[in-house]
Structure formats: C-alpha cells, structure tokens
Write a protein that binds this ligand. Structure first.
Ligand code: NOJ
Ligand code: CA
Length: 710
C-alpha cells in the first residue's frame, strides 16, 4: 500500500478503508525510498468506528501545541494549549444551513482517526525555496441522529489548522445544493483580559486599506484576518484562513469579551455560502509563537494549500519593474487622454530605456486603454481591454521592449465592473499574449467597497470584494490568465490565503495600504505602517507595496502628503516586504539624483533560497535576512517606526566558512524622517558569521545591507 503524506491527496478519501489500514514499518520504509520527496512517514491510524468518544486530542510534532476536541457540553468544542497553558479556551464548532438547520448543538464525536506526515516541497519562486510540512492530523466524524459532519485538524509546530467537510451520505446525495447561513466557529481567547491586538475593520468601504489599530483585545469589533494578537505572557497568535476557494472570506466578530466568532462575508441576498454536498471549508488557521518574530518564520498557511495545479510554470517570472504610475498619483500625469497623458509610446520607450540601462525586467503602463476619460471610478463598464489610446502603439512598444530585453507589464483596471471584465477577459489576455506581455496588474477599485455584478436576470447586484462571488472572480482571472501564460498581480484583491502554492501565476497582490497613500492619502501611511504589515497582512503572503520612493516630499517636508520615512527605510522595504515582483516606484529622474543609493534597488533580488526574521515587535521594528536563490549573497532589511532605535544582530545566518563584504546603506547621524530624511551613509565592512552588527535606525529609518560573498 502506498500512502502519500500530502494532505490534499487524502482529500475526500481519508476515511476509506485502504487509507486507514496499518502498514508495517518495513513497508513504510520501502515506500519512503520509492518516493524521493518523502523524507519520513508515520501513520498511526486509529479508526474507532462507532465508538463514542468524549475527548480526542492531537499534538504538534514537538508536543508544544495540543488540540483537544470534546463533546462534553453536548456540542463539539475544541481547545488549544501551548506549552501546557490554554491559549484558546473551549470554543464552538459548526455550521448553520438553510435547509438542514444547525450542525453544532447536539453533534457528538462518533469516531476519529489520526495520521502524521513529514514531507518537504519546493516553491517555484518564493521567500523560501524548500518548505517542510510536518504535522499530526486528527479527523473526527461528528454526528447527530441524521447528519454527519467531519472536522479535520492539523497540528504543526507553528500553529494549527482545521476545516469542515460535509460528505455525501444516505440523507444527503452528492452535489445537492446547500446554502450556509452562518458559521459557528469560535476563537475563545484564553488570558484575553490583558491581550493586545493589531487590527483593521472588516466590511468597511475601503476593503483592507486601513492603518492598523493597536488596542486591548476586548476593544476589537469586526475584523479582517490575519488577526494578530499577543497574550500577557508574550505568546503571539494570528488567526487567518488557508485555501479560500469557492467560499466566503472569514472575518471575525467579537460578540463577548475574548470570544471571536467566524463571520462569513455574505452575498447581497444575505446567504453566506452557496455550495453543495461534498464541500470542504477553507482551513481556519491559528499561528502560535513564543514571540513576534516566531510568527514571521511560519509556513503554516502555504502548508495548508494544495500543490501546484498548473504544471510547468517556468513562464512565471519573478523580477523588478518600473512604470508609468507614480506620476499619475502625484497628479503630474493623467490616466486618461490629454496633454499630460502618461501612457504614450514615447514615454513608455523612455521608461524602457531606463529599465534596460539599470537591468529592470519590466515596465508597467497604466492608462493605456480607452475608458479612463471622465469619471472612470464610476464607469468601469466603459473600459476597453483591447483598444489602446491613439498615442499608445502596443505592437511598436512591445517590439521595442523585446529588442531591449524589457517586457511591457499590462494593466486592467475594472473599477469594480466585474461582469464587464469577465465578458472581455479572454480577448484581453489573448491580445497581451500575442504581444509577449506575461504579467498583468489588475485593479478593482469600487465605490463604497462593493463590486458591481449583473445577475442572470440583468439586475445589478453589489457584492463585497471578499464574499463568495468575488472570491470566485479573482481566482477566475488567475486561471484564465494561466491559459495564456500570464501572471496576475491583483490590486484591491481578495486577501491572500496561500493560493500562490496552487496557482503560482498569482504572483502578488495589494490588499493593504500601499505606497500610493503617501501621494494622496488622508492621512498618508504612518511611520509605523510598514513595521505593522509584516506581522499582520504579510503573514498571508506577498504584497505589491511598490517601495522605493526617493523624492520623499515632492510638495515640501511640511506637506501632509509625503512619504513618512527616511530614504534608507525605502531601501529596507525591498527585503522586509516580500514580493517576487518589486517595483522601483519613483520617477526615473529621482533615481538619477541618488544613483549611489539606487544601486541597492538594482542589486536586491526578488526570489530567495531562504528567509529568516531576526528580530522585531509588532508595529515597532523588524529585521529580516534573506539569501539569494543561487545561495551566494545575503541581504538584510531593518526598519523602525517613529522611534529611533539601535538593534544588534548576530550574523550567524551567513555561511560559516565564508567572508562577506557588507555593503551597508544606513541612516546618517542626523537622519530623521520629518526633518532630515535624505541623510544617509553608504559604507562597506568585511564580516563573517562570527560577527554582530549594531544597526542604528533613525526615527522612521532603516538599514539595507547586501552581504556580498567574497
Ligand atoms: C489602485 C491601484 O492600487 C493603483 O496602483 C492603481 O494605480 C489605481 N488603482 C488605478 O488602476
Ligand atoms: Ca489600491
């Protein structure tokens, strides 16, 4: 018998006989030898069919996290202990259906089964090339007299995940339609009294684009995930979800002190999820760590996603780009036609010359297509995705780029008119494919935060960007693009839940306040914003933040709209805010004024062999080190909020027997984001793994280092 350890390959079959039979350890050893990616496998399958059980447990491989599932109180509840202390008190499980009523109260544990896996898998691109998936699994069948609901738990050393599965059964034929009206899952935080939380509100008008708030956990209302909080004893937790496919996003609502309940984003008709018998929910996840940096070094979300479904993805290319973009946000150019139209043939060729000179891979051009004139924000159905403005010659531009080794990066703004976009998507991608465009940035800005859908009766419906309908639309754009070997960078996206593992052409996304807020945001991003993102939004995956603004205050240091960082903090963002595609977002003329500092942006890779978070506190500061994919050079990024601070970092991540030239880009002695953001020093030092470095970070400052292997 061959048992695969991959969690997804058990999907829908894990309770069948062949997968629950015990195999001898000798058999298992020979299976491990047969499968090169299998590093270890232990199956301790215990299928206690029809045996009534009150409490069943499963622990993480290092035994530090324990999940207990119990039906003692007449309904299923789970509890989580970390280092022997309860971090999630008994919390409800279950779902409510329109036709079946509640599957929660009255459900009892009918049987349970345990499995273990230890595997590793390779990312085609990423912050870490090889990822270990080591976990113990518990699958329990919950039932009342009529219906069975399964719940699968996985315990990892860095947290837990669980999901529900409603399988076909005598009373429920396969694929019969079902409407979910509520999810009963709770996260009942232990030690909630003194817990601190970092959060953004859910179901607001601005999707995920808010500054994070720091409050007592008790003050939290309805929030988005990843939702990160810290207990009094320093334990850090983050609740999120993995593999959000064909389901509504889970937001959290605190309905009693410390009790957070799943609150699925509804359709416009109030139903939360329209599905059928046989469905699985996404994984509900809780990352758990001793400290803030522990959260950053977790791969739990990716491990709970299915493997690559696209096959050969060598056509998906990480890289760096510049673009006709910031000029529009600064009001120097327009998206629409006119004397300052940004997307002209000559301007694009000028950007392509700049990109070629400094070895960038691509040039993004926004405002190239018809539909931007007038109030485009409210007229998304006027966009053409195939007709360029007269002053933008797509074939000539792409041919020019091909000669220079620079790709045009495409752009599709929908302004939330998704039915219109869907109707034209195939032609839009075909046109780009024909001209060698392999990456497209999409946009879903929408008034009031809601998306316009025309239903099959022709009636306009307004749907949340994170409801089930839009979850499907975003993924549809990604799978359609894949047919044309195009990668997608979604702006105003659905939150990331690790689907880049399954669809590696979903190369990046926005999903938080990005750089653009510094041009026109009221207020712009605060000094702490980028010290907050790694511990919150970015636990879910890459972000197209678009760093690298060098003219930090085009309207003067005292203007409200300016970048609230020092110049070297902009450099640190390339290492701190992971994305396989990174923009150098400023205008070429501003880079030409600081070519010495620009060198770091030219050097820094966007695809890594490994990454390690070295230090940090949520919203205060953070230090990351990442090793380039060829396993040669290392890069370090450190940044702080408004508080200037010194951080000492050991260089023991460097290869032990090598010497490195540290090329250090740091704040000068008088640097300060408010008054003196351009005071920076570039210096070199020879270092090895035995050394430490004292990083001196100015107020909203940063340090960026390339460790060049000698
Ligand atoms: C919002 C995106 O985040 C931004 O980058 C883009 O320039 C505008 N939409 C226009 O599409
Ligand atoms: Ca945006």
């Amino acid at each position: 018998m061959f048992i695969k350890t991959n969690p997804i390959q058990f999907t829908g079959r894990h309770l069948t006989k062949s997968h629950t039979r015990q195999s001898s350890s000798r058999q298992k050893r020979s299976q491990a030898l047969l499968c090169p990616t299998l590093i270890a496998l232990a199956v301790t399958s215990l299928f206690s069919a029809n045996v009534f059980a009150k409490t069943v447990t499963v622990s993480s491989p290092n035994q530090q996290i324990q999940i207990s599932l119990s039906d003692d109180t007449g309904r299923p509840e789970y509890k989580i202990d970390f280092h022997g202390k309860t971090v999630i008190e008994p919390s409800r499980l279950g779902l409510v259906f329109q036709s079946l009523g509640e599957l929660g109260q009255g459900l009892q544990i009918k049987s349970s089964e345990k499995k273990s896996a230890d595997d590793k898998w390779q990312q085609p691109w990423g912050e870490q090339e090889w990822i270990r998936d080591q976990h113990n699994q518990l699958t329990a069948v919950l039932s009342n007299s009529k219906v069975q609901l399964e719940v699968e738990f996985k315990a990892f050393d860095d947290g837990i995940g669980f999901r529900y599965h409603l399988a076909q059964q005598a009373t429920l034929p396969a694929n019969s339609p079902l409407s979910i009206t509520d999810e009963l899952t709770e996260f009942n935080v232990g030690q909630a009294d003194k817990a601190t939380a970092w959060w953004i509100p859910a179901r607001g008008w601005n999707r995920y684009e808010y500054l994070y708030r720091t409050t007592a956990l008790k003050e939290v209302d309805r929030v988005h995930t990843p939702f990160t909080f810290k207990l009094a004893d320093g334990t850090h937790l983050s609740i999120h979800e993995a593999a959000l496919v064909d389901f509504a996003a889970m937001t959290l609502d605190q309905h009693r002190d410390g009790k957070l309940k799943a609150d699925l984003t509804p359709w416009s008709d109030g139903i939360r999820v329209k599905t059928q018998v046989g469905f699985y929910t996404p994984w509900r996840t809780i990352q758990i760590a001793d400290n803030a940096t522990g959260l950053l070094n977790s791969h739990l979300i990716l491990n709970l996603n299915e493997p690559n479904k696209l096959g050969d993805v060598t056509w998906v290319k990480p890289g760096k780009y510049v673009g006709i973009w910031w000029g529009m946000h600064l009001n120097e150019n327009t998206w629409g036609s006119g004397p300052t139209h940004g997307a002209t043939t000559s301007e694009t060729e000028r950007y392509m010359d700049f990109a070629a000179k400094y070895q960038f891979d691509g040039v993004l051009v926004e405002g190239w297509n018809e539909g931007w004139d007038g109030d485009w924000f409210h007229n998304g159905d006027q966009f053409s995705f195939t007709k360029a403005y007269a002053d933008f010659d797509l074939p000539a531009i792409t041919a020019y780029g091909a000669k220079k080794g620079v790709r045009l990066i495409g752009h599709h703004e929908t302004a939330g008119s998704v039915t219109h976009y869907r109707d034209h998507m195939a032609d839009a991608f075909a046109l780009y494919e024909k001209h060698g465009v392999t990456q497209v940035k999409t946009g879903y800005v929408a008034d009031g935060g809601q998306i316009k859908r025309i239903d099959d009766k022709g009636i306009t419906r307004h749907e949340w960007h994170d409801g089930q309908f839009m979850v499907g639309e975003y993924l549809h754009s990604v799978t359609e693009a894949a047919k044309h070997h195009i990668s997608i960078n979604s702006h105003e996206p659905i939150k990331d839940t690790g689907l880049r593992r399954t669809y590696p052409n979903w190369i990046s996304r926005e999903g938080a306040r990005g750089q653009e807020y510094n041009a026109w945001g009221s207020p712009p991003n605060s000094p702490e914003h980028t010290a907050m993102l790694p511990f919150t939004r970015m636990l879910s995956g890459p972000m197209d933040f678009t760093p690298g603004i060098f003219d930090l205050a085009p309207k003067g240091l005292d203007a409200q709209n300016r970048v609230q960082t020092t110049l070297t903090k902009q450099l640190a963002l390339y290492v701190v805010l992971y994305s396989p595609i990174q923009m150098a977002a400023d205008l070429p003329r501003n880079y030409e004024k600081h070519l010495d500092a620009f060198q770091f942006i030219r050097d820094v890779p966007t695809d890594w062999y490994q990454s390690v978070a070295l230090a940090g506190e949520v919203g205060d500061y953070v230090v990351f080190a990442r090793q380039a994919k060829d396993q040669g050079d290392w890069y370090l990024g450190a940044l702080t909020d408004e508080t200037a601070r010194k951080v000492t970092v050991k260089l023991d991540f460097l290869s032990p027997n090598k010497r490195y030239q540290a090329q250090i880009y740091r704040d000068g002695a008088k640097a300060d984001w408010k008054t003196n953001p351009y005071d920076y020093v570039i210096e070199t030092k020879e270092v090895s793994a035995q050394d430490s470095l004292n990083l001196v970070l100015a107020s909203s400052g940063g340090t960026a280092i390339r460790f060049k292997a000698l």
